[in-house]
Design a protein around this ligand. Structure first.
Ligand code: MG
Length: 391
C-alpha cells in the first residue's frame, strides 16, 4: 500500500528507547502491534469493563472487543487516507491498556487514592504499561515500543504530568502537551475511531441491557434519521421480533455515515493544508475531523448516552460499590504490603537511562490494582476484607 507523504513511515521512525536490530520480515509498527497483542495487559482487557461490569452479561463490550472495534474502524479510515494502517492498529489495540478494573469508576477511585501521590490518569498508565510494567524481556522493562506508537497511546495528559515526562524523556511524548502541537494523523485518527466506536456500541449494549429503549433514542437525531430510513427500506423491521435487526441496521448506517463524513472532511482539509511530512502534521492544527453537522449530531448522541446510560441509576449503584472496592483494596495493600505479589513487593529496578530512583509504595499499589481485571479485583477485595460487594 502506498503511504501518503504525511503518513508515518516505519523506515523513518524515531525508533525505540533501547536500540534493537531490525526484524527480517516486519516493520517497526507491525512489530509494535505484535508485541501489544502478546502482552499480558492486552489479555486482561477481555475481563475489563467498558460500561457494564464484566460479569453482568456475556455479550456486552469489554475493553478487548472495544479495542478491536477501534482498530477495525481506524484501519478502514487509514486505508482511505493513505495513513499507516499498522501504526493505527498498534495504537488502537494499546489505547486502553492502562484502564483500571470497573471502567471510569475504578479510575476515579484510584485517582482519589493517589491524590497526594501524583494522581492516576489512565492514558499515562497505558504508557506506563508498555514502558515499565510488562515483564517479558530480559534486557528491559516494558515492551520497548517505537516513539510513534507511544505518542499515539498518550492521548491526553495533564500539564503537570507532561512536565514530568519531559524531564525523563526530553522532546519525547510529553512535549506536545507543553508546546500545544499535534500528534501524528494516525494518533488523531485513533481518538476519533475510539469515539465513533463507543458511541455506536454503547447504544447497542444500552438497549441490550434494557437500560435504554429504542423509543428513547428518537430524541437522538443521528440515530432517529437512520432508523426512519431503515424502516422506509424494510417496513417489516418495525415488528417486535425484528427489533434487533432494526437496531443493528440503524447502527450500521450511523457508523458508515460517520466514517464517510470523517474521510471526506479530512481529505478536503488535507488537500488545503498540503502537509508534506508527519512533522508538518505535528505543527499544523488538527486535520482529521467530522464536518460541523456530524460533530453536532455526534455530540448530541454522546450527551444522550451520558444522561441516560452512564448516569443511569443502576450503573451509578454499581459505580458506588466499585469505587469502594478499589479504595478498600488500596488501603489493604498499603497496610499489608506482604499481600502484594513478589514482583510488586520490591521497588522496581528502573531500566537504565531512566532517572526514577525508586517507585513509592502508593504507586506500586496503584500499578497493581490498575492491572486487575474486574473479577480479580472483586475476589481480592473479598479475600482481604471478608466482604463481598460485587459479583
Ligand atoms: Mg477507548
Amino acid at each position: 500500500m502506498t503511504l501518503a507523504p504525511y503518513a508515518c513511515d516505519p523506515v523513518h521512525s524515531r525508533g525505540r528507547q533501547f536500540a534493537e536490530p531490525q526484524a527480517p520480515t516486519r516493520t517497526v509498527f507491525q512489530r509494535d502491534r505484535d508485541r501489544i497483542v502478546h502482552s499480558t495487559a492486552f489479555r486482561r482487557l477481555v475481563y475489563k469493563t467498558q460500561v457494564f461490569l464484566n460479569h453482568e452479561g456475556d455479550l456486552f463490550r469489554t475493553r478487548l472487543t472495544h479495542s478491536l472495534e477501534v482498530a477495525q474502524l481506524g484501519r478502514s479510515v487509514a486505508r482511505s487516507l493513505g495513513l499507516n494502517e499498522d501504526l493505527v492498529e498498534a495504537i488502537a489495540l494499546a489505547h486502553d491498556l492502562g484502564h483500571t478494573p470497573f471502567g471510569h469508576a475504578g479510575q476515579d477511585a484510584l485517582n482519589d487514592c493517589m491524590r497526594e501521590h501524583g494522581g492516576f490518569e489512565h492514558n499515562i498508565q497505558s504508557l506506563r504499561v508498555v514502558d515499565f510494567l510488562e515483564e517479558s524481556y530480559p534486557q528491559f522493562n516494558g515492551i520497548n515500543l517505537s516513539f510513534e506508537t507511544r505518542e499515539g497511546i498518550l492521548k491526553h495528559c495533564s500539564y503537570e504530568h507532561a512536565r514530568l515526562l519531559e524531564a525523563r524523556e526530553p522532546c519525547g511524548v510529553g512535549r506536545r502537551f507543553l508546546d500545544g502541537t499535534q500528534p501524528s494523523l494516525e494518533a488523531q485518527l485513533c481518538n476519533l475511531a475510539d469515539e465513533i466506536a463507543y458511541n455506536a456500541h454503547d447504544i447497542d449494549d444500552g438497549v441490550r441491557s434494557g437500560l435504554i429503549t429504542m423509543a428513547q433514542l428518537h430524541e437522538v437525531a443521528l440515530f432517529d434519521d437512520f432508523q426512519f430510513q431503515v424502516i422506509s427500506d424494510f417496513p417489516e423491521l418495525v415488528k417486535l421480533q425484528n427489533q434487533r435487526r432494526l437496531l443493528f441496521e440503524t447502527i450500521r448506517r450511523m457508523l458508515s455515515a460517520q466514517v464517510y463524513d470523517l474521510i471526506a472532511v479530512s481529505q478536503a482539509a488535507l488537500a488545503v493544508a498540503m502537509p508534506q511530512s508527519p512533522d508538518d502534521i505535528r505543527q499544523m492544527p488538527p486535520l482529521l475531523a467530522f464536518g460541523s453537522d456530524m460533530r453536532r449530531r455526534s455530540g448530541q448522541l454522546k450527551q444522550f448516552l451520558f444522561r441516560n446510560l452512564y448516569r443511569h441509576s443502576q450503573v451509578m449503584q454499581k459505580t458506588v460499590l466499585a469505587k469502594q472496592v478499589v479504595r478498600e483494596l488500596f488501603d489493604a495493600y498499603l497496610a499489608s504490603p506482604l499481600e502484594l505479589p513478589a514482583n510488586f513487593g520490591i521497588a522496581f529496578e528502573p531500566a537504565e537511562g531512566h532517572k526514577i530512583q525508586t517507585t513509592p509504595p502508593e504507586r506500586l499499589v496503584a500499578d497493581y490494582i490498575a492491572g486487575m481485571t474486574d473479577r480479580f479485583a472483586a475476589r481480592e477485595h473479598e479475600r482481604l476484607t471478608g466482604r463481598r460487594l460485587l459479583g
